[in-house]
Design a protein around this ligand. Structure first.
Ligand code: CO8
Length: 378
């Protein structure tokens, strides 16, 4: 069985950022207008008044200070409150393809590879803008990769599950190099009129190049020592948008088919599951938590990550051990843990161990154990 390394990573960050204050100002303008327009119905108890949002709550409850988005004006317009992403012709690259290829090009460049070196492309993300042709095949064509491509979706855990699938192809000798990309426009499926969740998500795309260890030539690599995956069905994070909506008899208004969650339940149920999975994974490799230099955790909620790290380490974790990027990026679904990895790995020494871990809807959890390998050291 061949060994596998991550030989390069890439990140695409959208040009626009929205601060909590900007988001809350737009939400509160919407609330004030709604309450004004419905004042009589509210007065006689027929309609519930809406309550304003607050920046202080958002930062305290989630750790999020701002988020990057593909379109800022449409989201912040209280009359619209959804991104404006115009339709493109079939002859133009799709917006997800553009984000994916930008991240992919950086990963290739860091790995010292070109499209000619790649055998396959996996696009793994939470939301695909169409059923077919597969986005991954569009990305494959845009990059000029020969071989094969497929799309997959395991919500926030798409990247770690995709990484595990890529490793299988490399270990068995079916491929020498696989490009894994995670383009996420979470703002497309977020209800910016929902006080409980309007602040949660942002947009970004990440990419990882995975290669056979004996063939990889980039100086800085991460050997994949193993991955552990788990899923357990839950209705607590849900999105009912799908191709059968138009066949349903009920009024399938677009706003009914957006992201919904029971945030408290998710928090309570997922944290222990994640800590247990990481502990079991490390034990299977005869490792203790203290052997791990860095945990690149899924970036949904700061307190959640601190709690998971405390359970695994048996003490408070430093920000160096468990880096935070959700303060600037918010929850970018599958891209989150990979952004943390991409931005916070250069400083680690030869032989350092790290855990890349995602968790989210499904529920789904993926843990990947990595070891730093610097070629100029060998
Ligand atoms: N402003 C002010 N106050 C507020 C606001 C607000 N915006 N929202 C709620 N409050 C109030 C509530 O009314 C409540 O008040 P009271 O106590 O008087 O009733 C109080 O604040 C507490 O409310 P909550 O219990 O809801 O608040 P929490 O402390 O639980 O924090 C969080 C809410 C931040 C959502 C938290 O529960 C959380 O982060 N949970 C985990 C969520 C999580 O990790 N989800 C993962 C989902 S992502 C995923 O899996 C991928 C899906 C695919 C992506 C799709 C793209 C869209």
């Amino acid at each position: 069985m061949h060994k596998v390394v991550i030989s390069g990573s890439g990140l695409y960050t959208p040009a626009h950022s929205i601060s909590n204050d900007e988001l809350v100002a737009s939400f509160n303008a919407y609330v004030q207008r709604f309450n004004q327009q419905n004042s009589e119905a509210i007065e006689c108890g027929e309609v519930q008044p809406l309550t304003e949002s607050s920046s202080a709550f958002i930062e305290k409850a989630s750790g999020i200070k701002s988020r990057f988005v593909m379109d800022k004006a449409g989201i912040l317009d209280p009359e619209r409150m959804r991104p404006y992403l115009p339709v493109r012709s079939n002859e133009s690259p799709s917006i997800l393809c553009e984000m994916a290829t930008a991240a992919a090009r950086e990963a290739l460049q860091r790995a010292g590879r070109t499209a000619a070196d790649i055998d396959g492309v996996i696009v793994a993300c939470s939301n695909l803008q169409r059923a077919y042709p597969a986005l991954s095949i569009e990305v494959q064509a845009a990059l000029g990769v020969d071989g094969f491509a497929w799309d997959m979706n395991v919500a926030c855990s798409s990247a770690t599950f995709g990484l595990s699938a890529a490793c299988g192809l490399l270990q068995s000798g079916q491929a020498k190099a696989i490009l894994l990309v995670n383009p996420e426009i979470c703002s497309g499926h977020l209800n910016f009129r929902d006080r409980d969740s309007h602040f949660i998500f942002g947009d970004a795309a990440t990419a990882l190049l995975l290669e056979r260890k004996d063939l990889a030539s980039s100086n800085q690599q991460w050997e994949v020592l193993g991955s552990k995956l788990a899923t357990r069905f839950s209705n607590n994070i849900r999105n009912n948008f799908g191709f059968l909506n138009r066949a349903e008899d009920e009024d399938s208004a677009a706003f009914d088919k957006l992201f919904v969650q029971e945030g408290r339940k998710v928090f309570k149920e997922v944290c222990p599951m994640v800590a247990e999975l990481i502990e079991t994974h490390l034990a299977e490799h005869q490792l203790a938590a203290s052997d791990i230099a860095r945990f690149w955790l899924h970036q949904a909620n700061l307190t959640m990550n601190q709690l998971i790290a405390r359970r695994v380490l048996g003490r408070e974790a430093s920000e160096q051990e468990v880096p935070v990027i959700l303060d600037r990026y918010a929850n970018t679904s599958s891209a989150g843990s990979v952004i943390a990895f991409h931005l916070h790995q250069q400083d680690l020494a030869q032989g350092a161990l790290g855990v890349l871990c995602s968790f989210g809807a499904g529920y789904s959890i993926g843990s990947v154990l990595l070891r730093r390998r610097n070629l100029d050291f060998i």
